[in-house]
Ligand binder design. Structure first.
Ligand code: SAH
Ligand code: SF4
Ligand code: F3S
Length: 472
């Protein structure tokens, strides 16, 4: 009988992609996926360390497995991802029944680690960043051979896929654990990226989202010294038949250069959607975060974006309650959200992370209650703006990549073949409309008649509805 695998993934898109690859690898070896942890003989957690909450979730999930493992010692439990790299032995101390720990740079070892555990070997640990001796060859090689393993069934839809173009991060923002868990920044070989995009297109994928922690800083230099930058890579990927849309996250403000924006403008497949986190609206806070830019420089970047790509949607991340944040500093952050009118913002309460500069040098002195209040206030302002920006779409048509029935579709009573469908615009807005399941995987015009801060509601444009004014 084949093995049954249960896998749970927390964290960012990088982790979703890593899980897809691990599953693809294990399926090739005859594993089947199950959503029932009790029915599984192999249990994997792909973990995140970016905030304490993400780690707590995994430790409490591991806690629930203790009894199960006692009753069924043959079940294999593995912890992979960023927490594995960061906590290492601590995981074995807190959950001694875990069989192996594997970092994000060693995931190609998962099948072997499982086999060894099954053969009764002692607890194993495969971690490492390749920072110490200045040579990254090992990491590069493992990632290049690992990434092209794709499993379309692991993706939320067959029409959309992540594609890693860069691993690691060298920015070392003072609050952030990612450089410690993902290692040094490295751009993948552009030819390998293009090859992988072709594989995805053959699998029926229409939209690729390029992944990197500072994706627009992408750079790769080959053995002959030829350098490929983000704008060159976008041009190469634009030529891949079958791919209709190209998105990329997450951008670093200082590297959002004019040439890149002009390339985005000139390549119709590249979405005019830019996630460029500001993180804070106060220069003092940005300095403490060591983000490497001022609010004035960010504003210059926004003017450049608005000038070059007038239809672009820009979104951001913010951290509230970072070390020493005063009421006044927080208010400058609220002001910046009002000024830059982001499509949406992800807002996080600062969570001190061991091993970061901030944990070593600054005091986490904003009380939790204040962080919570500031989070709510900033979110309310952002939602107001998102709503006002979305209302502008009413009366316009947008091209929607239809993903499938909406979450609500099965609960709604609808006539005939009509079903509530959901999809996304070029600029990454979610659109809900009445259609049918056969439309999944098509790009269709939808006319918008209602909006909320998070969703556009519309009706399919037909010949009868006549000409429409298009928006992106
Ligand atoms: N590389 C991306 C994002 C990485 S983590 C970038 O540079 O923008 C995703 C988001 O989590 C960050 O943008 C930041 O807003 C938030 N974050 C990172 N570390 C955090 C911490 N210690 N506490 C709270 N939020 C944090
Ligand atoms: Fe973390 Fe900063 Fe790197 Fe983003 S750029 S991953 S916030 S260190
Ligand atoms: Fe979390 Fe690692 Fe991503 S810490 S946010 S899973 S890079």
């Amino acid at each position: 009988m084949s093995h049954r695998l249960y896998i749970e993934t927390v964290g960012c898109q990088m982790n979703m992609l890593d899980s897809e690859m691990v599953v693809a690898d294990l399926r090739k070896r005859g594993y089947e996926l199950t959503s029932d942890v009790k029915a599984a003989d192999t249990i994997l957690y792909n973990t995140c360390s970016v905030r304490a909450h993400a780690e707590d979730k995994v430790y409490s999930a591991l806690g629930t497995l203790k009894l199960m493992k006692k009753r069924n010692p043959e079940k294999i439990i593995g912890v992979m991802g960023c927490m594995a790299q960061k906590d290492q032995q601590i995981i074995f101390n807190r959950a001694p029944y875990v069989d192996f720990i594997v970092g994000p740079g060693q995931l190609q070892q998962v099948p072997d680690l499982i086999d060894c555990a099954r053969q009764g070997e002692e607890q194993q640990m495969a971690v490492g960043l390749g920072r110490r001796d200045g040579s990254n060859d090992e990491i590069k090689r493992t990632h290049e051979t690992f990434d092209p393993l794709r499993d379309p069934t692991m993706r939320p839809t067959p029409y959309q896929a992540y594609l890693r173009i860069q691993i690691g991060c060298d920015k070392f923002c003072t609050y952030c654990v990612v450089p410690n868990t993902r290692g040094p920044e490295q751009g993948r070989d552009p030819q390998q990226i293009v090859e992988e995009a072709k594989v995805l297109a053959e699998q029926g994928c229409l939209e690729i989202t390029l992944l990197g922690q500072t994706v627009n800083s992408y750079s790769h230099t080959d053995a002959d010294g030829n350098r490929t930058r983000m704008s060159d890579l976008l041009k190469l990927l634009h030529e891949v038949d079958g791919i209709k849309r190209i998105k990329f996250v997450t951008n670093y403000p200082r590297d959002m250069k004019k040439e890149l924006l002009e390339t985005i403008r000139d390549l119709p497949k590249v979405s005019p959607y830019l996630h460029v986190p500001l993180q804070h609206g106060s220069n003092e806070m940005l300095k403490r975060m060591r983000r490497g830019y001022t609010v004035e420089q960010y504003r210059e970047m926004m003017y450049l974006i608005w000038d070059t790509l007038p239809n672009a949607s820009v979104s951001s991340d913010f951290i509230v309650g970072f070390c020493g944040e005063t009421d006044d500093e927080f208010q400058t952050c609220v002001d910046s959200v009002r000024e830059f009118r982001f499509k949406n913002s992800f807002i996080f309460k600062y969570s001190e992370r061991e091993g970061t500069k901030a944990a070593g040098m600054l005091i986490d002195d904003v009380p939790y209650k204040v962080k919570q209040e500031r989070n709510n206030e900033l979110l309310a302002v952002q939602n107001e703006i998102s709503e006002a920006e979305n209302i502008k779409f009413i009366g316009h048509a947008v091209d929607v990549l239809v993903e499938g029935p909406s979450k609500k579709a099965d609960k709604l009573e609808q006539d005939g073949p009509l079903k509530q469908m959901v999809g996304r615009t070029h600029c990454d807005r979610i659109v809900v409309f009445d259609g049918n399941e056969r439309q999944a995987g098509q790009i269709l015009p939808v006319s918008i008649y209602e909006t909320t801060p998070f969703t556009l509601f519309g009706a399919m444009v037909t010949q009868e509805t006549g000409p429409e004014v298009y928006a992106l």
